[in-house]
Design a protein around this ligand. Structure first.
Ligand code: HEM
Length: 334
């Protein structure tokens, strides 16, 4: 067996020879272009790792066998936590970018047109795999306009695959604990009791939430990504999250919300940096710059319907205890 050699293992000859500043090619002095290239490459490497983790979670949910009380959900939670830790580092990495001043950037900016982070395939793949569909995109005419035909085709093919959001919806729908068989002897569904308990906690100004309850948990709406059955399960998990069997499911839902917040923090940090760097100019990718990025930040949350469910929580002390039969049946007693 041959010895593994550090530079070969990491293919450093490729990575460390992959910086080719445009300013060198044009004989222009632009010291900071090296930083600009390296920071984008570092981001792309971390995007690759995020996709690796997110892809494995998607696979687990796609096989329809995520055991809510077992190892697989635990692994999914752990990988989501890793993604979220990487994202928080990526937000702070903008500090390094900001050591380059707008004037330093102008030394080479025009040489980059029409290249832009907007052509980052990995970023677009991540958004698409998580659940951002074309019709929900801000500026959808522009979205793939800057890509090569091959990359455009790749994104269009991905649009046909199930997203993490859709798989999470199906996983929540499969949860059995609200099925009538686990609540013998009841005259009406247990979830209606929760609705009454919630309604009794409404304060002035929240009257409209009772109608929202019907839309979210009973009727559904074509505007929404999560079905009423999925939302009922998610709310149940959020309310009964202290029960051992729901702890991992709850952490997983939290992980999805952290992912949304992490992406939004990155977008916000990027926008602030972009504003300082180019003011109100258009981007090298031809968008309106800051205005486009702000629109994308506000409308590209993926799991916000889960965050909405917090509207329907109420105090723990008011929660009915779960019947023993249910606990036994779905495994609490084991
Ligand atoms: C001098 C630094 C930077 C400037 C001035 C800048 C500017 C912009 C602008 C104006 C856009 C909108 C598209 C366009 O018209 O070009 C954009 C998009 C984007 N940039 Fe940057 N950027 C910078 C650094 C970075 C870095 C370090 C990354 C890390 C990968 C990055 C990733 C992205 C991504 C992923 C998008 C697409 C965002 C979306 O569609 O929501 N940018 N950038």
């Amino acid at each position: 067996m041959s010895n593994v050699y550090y530079p070969d293992y990491l293919q450093l000859d490729k990575i460390l020879n992959a910086q080719a500043p445009e300013s060198d090619k044009h004989g222009v002095q632009a010291h900071d272009e090296m930083l600009f290239i390296i920071i984008h490459q570092a981001y792309e490497l971390w995007f690759k790792q995020i996709l690796h983790e997110a892809g494995s979670v998607i696979e687990m949910f796609a096989d329809k066998h995520v055991d809510d009380n077992g190892g697989e959900l635990n692994i999914a939670v752990h990988r989501m936590e890793r993604i979220n830790t990487i994202l928080s580092v990526l937000v702070h990495q903008m500090d390094i970018m900001e050591t380059m001043t707008p004037l330093d950037f102008l030394d080479f900016r025009d040489l980059l047109r029409p290249a832009s982070g907007f052509q980052s395939m990995q970023f677009k793949i991540l958004e698409a795999r998580l659940g951002l569909r074309m019709e929900k995109r801000f500026g959808k005419q522009y979205y793939t306009s800057q890509l090569t035909a091959a990359h455009k085709g790749e994104i269009e093919a991905l649009e046909k695959q199930p997203t993490l959001l859709e798989l999470v919806n199906a996983w929540l729908e499969r949860m059995p604990f609200l099925h009538a068989e686990y609540w013998p002897g009841r005259e009406r569904p247990f979830f209606d009791d929760l609705q009454d308990l919630y309604a009794s906690t409404l304060v002035k100004g929240e009257e409209g939430n009772a109608a929202l309850w019907r839309t979210i948990f009973v009727e559904g709406s074509p505007e929404r990504n999560l079905s009423p059955a999925a939302c009922r399960s998610a709310l149940f998990i959020m309310l009964y999250r202290d029960e051992p069997i729901f702890q991992q499911a709850f952490r997983f839902l939290q992980g999805l919300l952290d992912l949304d917040t992490g992406m939004a923090s990155w977008r916000s940090r990027h926008i602030n940096m972009v504003h300082r760097m180019i003011g109100l100019r258009v981007g090298t990718g031809g968008s309106t710059g800051k205005a486009y990025l702000k629109g994308a930040m506000d409308s590209h949350y993926i799991f916000s319907e889960i965050a909405d469910l917090s509207s329907f929580l109420f105090e723990r002390r008011k929660l009915p205890t779960l019947p023993d039969a249910l606990k036994q049946a779905i495994g609490f007693g084991r």
